[in-house]
Design a protein. Structure first.
Ligand SMILES: Cc1cc2nc3c(=O)[nH]c(=O)nc-3n(C[C@H](O)[C@H](O)[C@H](O)COP(=O)(O)OP(=O)(O)OC[C@H]3O[C@@H](n4cnc5c(N)ncnc54)[C@H](O)[C@@H]3O)c2cc1C
Length: 358
């Protein structure tokens, strides 16, 4: 079956869904960069998503790659777009599960993962880490969230219900699925600390699987899903707390106030990862975040190629000044990477995820 026939058959099979061909993806990203998807499908429930995935699978002759897009806040989509099918799922149910009678095993493997000074300010580190407090003594509660739930909505909705734990991730503009895919960090915390289990759709077996978080290996900015694109996250169950909502609200307020001063939203978040803590160079003194090195050592703040610019507010953020292309953005990242290699023989890894052909 060719694309055009497949497109028509999809539309007649799923008349209520948004299904478009040659659909420009830039507006679906925070960077506002990116060309078209051959076919774009938007689903609003996990049931719809599963039906669509099964239908595509059964059109075996199509052999079309499938890319899942969350809120597009961590991706750089190629100017030529993404070949095959791109699916955005906005399923956003939140279910608070019945009380837990016995304490859960909180021995999650990532409790003390270093967050590598993720937040940086020209004059100071954002002192978000110092505001940390322990909630492990609070009663626990299990909450199931669909992968398409916007993280800021989940944080606020749960606080209103007296549930805390996600406050450390305020100001991160992703969906829950993207947050898990990336194992987001905020303050001293990674989201993997809170995961109890994950429900997936396995595109190889075409089956649903529910897997305890402890079966997966998590790390700084790393989840098992990054190497397993056949696994689509449908929902997760988090272990959260019936904690102090006033304290949690104060953290949210402070995070948003501090971060909004230095983290431009016309970006894809940090362009590069921070280096492991053992990676240091004498001239830097102690371990330093990537933004500090780009700013204070390479003096590249404000450097612009085409419409892409190293932010004046935060040197690890590359912003779209209005008409940036993916090519402009990548040229800037290459320039920075070359400087790291030349001066310190360091291979600086990207934090953003390029999608499509470059
Ligand atoms: C202003 C700003 C601030 C930020 N601050 C932080 C921060 O403090 N900490 C931090 O860690 N990150 C931060 N980020 C980066 C980003 O917001 C997070 O990584 C976010 O969780 C990405 O989620 P998303 O839904 O936007 O994913 P997308 O960018 O849409 O996708 C990212 C990857 O996840 C995959 N994916 C998405 N959903 C699924 C799914 N259901 N199943 C399988 N794969 C999936 C996609 O295919 C893609 O490869 C920031 C970004 C911005 C713009």
């Amino acid at each position: 079956m060719n694309y055009l026939r497949f497109f028509s058959s999809l539309k007649s099979q799923f008349p209520s869904l948004l299904i478009k061909k040659n659909f420009i993806l830039a507006p679906l990203t925070t960077l506002k960069i990116g060309g078209p998807a051959d076919i774009f499908i938007q689903t609003s429930t996990n049931q719809q998503l599963i039906k669509v995935l099964k239908y595509i699978f059964n059109c075996r002759s199509l052999k079309s790659p499938i890319t899942i897009l969350g809120n597009g806040s961590n991706v750089l989509i190629s100017d030529s777009g993404i070949r095959g099918i791109v699916i955005k799922n906005t399923s956003s149910n939140i279910k608070i599960l019945p009380n837990i009678s016995t304490p859960l095993n909180t021995n999650t493997p990532t409790h003390h993962l270093s967050t590598r000074h993720a937040e940086y300010h020209p004059k100071q580190y954002l002192s978000l880490k110092n505001k940390d407090y322990d909630e492990s003594g609070c009663p626990q509660v299990l909450v199931q969230l669909d992968a398409g739930t916007p993280l800021p909505y989940a944080i606020n909705h749960l606080i209103k219900k007296g549930i805390t734990g996600l406050q450390w991730f305020a100001y991160i503009p992703g969906q829950i699925g993207g947050a898990i895919w990336y194992n987001i960090h905020g303050g001293n915390h990674h989201i993997s600390e809170y995961i109890h289990k994950i429900t997936l759709y396995n595109q190889r077996t075409q089956k649903l699987e529910t897997i305890p978080a402890t079966n997966f290996k998590w790390n700084y900015d790393t989840s098992p899903f990054q190497k397993k694109p056949h696994l689509i996250i449908l929902s997760i169950t988090l272990k959260l707390y019936k904690g102090n909502t006033t304290k949690a609200k104060n953290i949210i307020k402070e995070w948003i106030t501090q971060k909004s001063k230095i983290q431009p939203t016309n970006s894809a978040g940090s362009a590069f990862k921070n280096l492991p803590e053992k990676t240091t160079v004498p001239i830097w003194g102690q371990h330093k975040p990537t933004g500090w090195i780009i700013d204070q050592q390479l003096k590249l703040k404000g450097k612009q190629i085409g419409g892409a610019k190293i932010s004046e507010k935060h040197a690890n953020f590359i912003v779209n000044t209005g008409n940036a292309t993916a090519k402009d953005y990548l040229k800037l990242t290459k320039l920075i990477q070359q400087q790291f290699k030349k001066h310190w023989n360091i291979n600086l890894p990207l934090e953003i995820k390029p999608l499509g052909q470059f």
